[in-house]
Design a protein around this ligand. Sequence first.
Ligand code: SAM
Length: 487
Amino acid sequence: MSAKTAAQPPLPEAFLQRMQRLLAGEFDDFLSSYDLPAWSGLRANTLKVSLERLQTLLPYALQPVPWCAEGFSLSSGGQETPLPAPGKHPFHAAGLYYLHDPSAMAVVEVLDPQPGERILDLAAAPGGKSTHIAARLQQRGLLVCNEIHPSRIWELAQNLERWGAHNAIVCNETPERLASHFPGFFDRVLVDAPCSGEGLFRKTPASRKEWSLAVVQSCALRQSAILDQAARLVRPGGRLAYSTCTFSPEENEGVIAAFLQRHPGFQLAQIAVAPGLSPGRPEWLSPSAAAHPPGMASKLEARSLARIWPHLSCAEGHFIALLQRMDGTQPSLKTSIFPRSLPGESGKAWQRFAYENLRYELDAGRVAQVGSYLYALPEDTPAFGSLKLIHPGWWLGRLAHSARSGLPRVEPSHALALGLQPAGCQRSLPVDYPQAQRYLQGEMLAVQPGEEGWLLVNFNGYTLGWGKCTSGRVNNHYPRGLRTPAV
Ligand code: SAM
């Protein structure tokens, strides 16, 4: 038994045997789905653009994702002229959308973050769910985006920067250390767990080679350990969402059933029914299976769990559970506030920069200096003590010292540009499509220079980054690391 393969690795035989046993009559449809191409999608950034406007701006064929208000599936082909890949379009560089697997879009829909809340995305890189949460928060409240692996943290920071989130903190910590520092602090915590990735077999066929039953078992152990720490971070009455992109019952229903046994203060919360979301499969946890304590399956209700299947929806596959903390009566812990230091000279440098360049009101009390960097802190940012922070808020810029006067001056960050609309700066430079492409490649802007100073380069009214008009020319300040190579 094996699904069709050309140059790609075959589906693991042990995986197919298990899925055949579990899915029984559905198995043939499941297997046939591997003969079809993987779905891809994009999710609108409603911090920057409405859904209606995005649909009129983009040249791609978009189909709404039934379980996510901001989500679209992308259909390929059918166009007379080739289109730029959606990840290469200037609107992507402007942060109008995130390229996202439609299944993954269901997770934040279930988490349902509300503006003003404190949210923790515990396993956040590269930022799919974090950007979705940021859009739902609409710049109000606090979003802590954590990633344990230093090698993955910069992609997360970059994706949040492009998104234009003002209230996101990027952190590089272990779940244990976060839980010890922030017990009961968050209204909602998301664990989008590292998993055996069976839902990636169609999109990333190479991942088939990494799969084994032993990997499934070790992932389940790691997921349980992460969830135990996540539970400590949720306030009484708060919510904990758990998701994976795999099908194995051990990593899904099994992890949740065992969690409920260890944490009687939590219970499953209902997940709203939406087309394409299938119920969980608690019956797959055999009461006789040695790995699961007896009676575990009876604690789970199929409708309180969601599964997405490639043969039943326009997506690759996901599992989601939503838990609520029912125990504990104390209100959220009072934490100390992030130290706001802005020495006099630095404060003056920021004020001078803002006065000369910006048209955006930023509460001066929220600006803090960390090393040589300036940040706007989210409301009520707590102190992080010795936790490793990458960005404690909206990164505004870097303090550099003027060679002539010796006084500090502000070099604005790309994050500041991408968090502003063109009208947020005193000078802006609209560019057309070919100019936008050249700007994103790092070329000097061949335009008539205007008034000296920083300006926001924008395409169709959406900010791409900084330029600076100086000595009769406009210099390109699009970050070198983001520039697209010329074709
Ligand atoms: N939420 C991300 C998104 O939507 O873009 C995807 C997260 S990915 C499925 C799982 C993440 O868990 C990875 O970034 C991985 O580095 C992280 N991870 C791996 N081991 C971990 C651990 N022991 N504790 C916390 N996170 C871990």
